[in-house]
Ligand binder design. Structure first.
Ligand code: URA
Length: 418
């Protein structure tokens, strides 16, 4: 077998065999096939697609490139969720303690942010002293004891994805359904949970720009996950405007704490309750969705999910004082308001532009090595369907970098006011 034949086969729109897929995944992971040949193959896959069978074979080959987390020593059901990424997507920080307070286990490995999208691990690291690296034994013990642990992705899990994703990022090949599905599902399977919920975002701030494509991707991932023996469900959610009002690391954690206290934004609260209800259904704790949803809501508003969050922060070394005193988070040097120059109703707040501006304020990374300012970001004061007058504050920016006219104008332009 040789890589040139495999590239040519895909370029001629022919399906690759299981053996050919294993050959290129293993060869690339072991540095036996160079970047330029895999780049050509990735582009051929992006242009000519893969069948469902090929996508399953690709996912399996990627999964087998590294270690698989063994959660079998944890009594009870272990669940995991994955979001395809967006702006202000802080769901895990509310959902994980909520799910654990409902009696399920969540042993989660999360990622860091890049570009306009944020990452859960960066957000959690905005909590003073919070540790996102735990030994495997500590990780398992913590889940056994309190039902929840969230750490960074282990280096030896799905090494094929680490290499392939980095290459896709610089060769214009991120945007391909079989490549996205295999990347996400291989990591989720390697994390070891028995029930997986996917939050597939669509809209301006997401990979999938419309609901139809998001549904297609969700169906493909459900198919692949099931073929490889795991229970997978999916929710399709809107990312045309940011989720909640806060964008930026500590700002988002504060919004999550407010949500756990029962006064969070409706879109974030609804999404977390929905995913939690889906977990409870799949784990067979309830037979009807309405019952599961009511139960999750009761747990959230009783304060039990907030108590679980405190246990979680304490277990991972973080300062629990932040829950009642937000000034314990790193504070930004400057803040400035974005003022409306129009009167009307807001029709859209472009998530992509807001995410990009938050990154420019210091809240995100342009390249993997950039250092994040944990206090930087944007808090929206107005969202879709809100009525505004000239002079109203649309958003407040927080930064250590001082006022920027360019960012001011870009945020103003992110608002469509009719
Ligand atoms: N998230 C992933 O983990 N992989 C992709 O390919 C896209 C989004």
């Amino acid at each position: 077998m040789n890589i040139i034949d495999i590239i040519e086969k895909k370029a001629k729109k022919k399906p690759l065999s299981k053996e050919e897929i294993e050959f290129f995944v293993n060869g690339y992971t072991k540095n036996e096939i160079p970047d330029y040949q895999i780049s050509a193959l990735l582009m051929a896959i992006k242009l000519n697609n893969m069948s469902n069978r090929e996508t399953v074979d690709l996912t399996r080959a990627m999964l087998n490139s590294g270690v698989v987390n063994d959660l079998s020593s944890i009594p009870g059901v272990c669940v995991d969720k994955h979001s395809t990424g967006g702006v202000g997507d802080k769901t895990t920080i509310v959902l994980a303690p909520l799910v654990a307070a409902c009696g399920l286990n969540i042993a989660k490995m999360s990622g860091r942010g890049l570009g306009h999208t944020g990452g859960t691990i960066d957000k959690l690291e905005s909590i003073p002293n919070f540790k996102t690296q735990l030994s495997q034994q500590k990780f398992l013990n913590q889940v056994k004891k309190i039902g929840i642990a969230v750490i960074g992705q282990s280096k030896n899990m799905v090494p094929a994805d680490k290499k392939l994703y980095a290459l896709r990022d610089v060769t214009g090949t991120v945007d391909s359904m079989p490549l996205i599905a295999s990347s996400i599902i291989s990591k989720k399977l390697a994390s070891g949970a028995s029930i997986i919920e996917l939050d597939v975002k669509y809209g301006d701030g997401a990979f999938m720009k419309n609901k139809k494509d998001a549904t297609k991707l969700a169906n493909l991932m459900i198919y692949v996950g099931k073929k490889l023996g795991r229970k997978v469900r999916a929710v399709i959610s809107d990312m045309n405007e940011p989720l909640g009002y806060a964008i930026g690391n500590s700002l988002e954690v504060i919004e999550c704490i407010e949500t756990l206290k029962g006064h969070g934004p409706k879109d974030l609260t609804d999404l977390c309750l929905h995913i939690c209800a889906e977990f409870l259904l799949e784990a067979k704790k309830f037979r009807k969705y309405e019952q599961a949803h009511e139960y999750a809501k009761g747990i959230l508003y009783s304060g039990k999910a907030l108590d679980k969050f405190k246990e979680f922060v304490k277990a991972q070394g973080g300062n629990v004082g932040i829950v009642d005193n937000y000034s314990l988070f790193k504070q930004p040097k400057y803040s400035f308001d974005i003022i409306s120059n129009k009167k009307g109703t807001i029709k859209n707040v472009k998530a992509l532009n807001i995410g990009h501006c938050s990154m420019l304020l210091g809240g995100g990374r342009m390249t993997k090595d950039d250092v994040i300012d944990m206090s930087a970001g944007i808090v929206l004061k107005k969202k879709n369907n809100d009525v505004v007058n000239v002079g109203d504050v649309l958003a407040t920016c927080y930064t250590d970098k001082y006022f920027s006219q360019e960012i001011n104008d870009a945020i103003l332009n992110a608002f469509t006011i009719n």
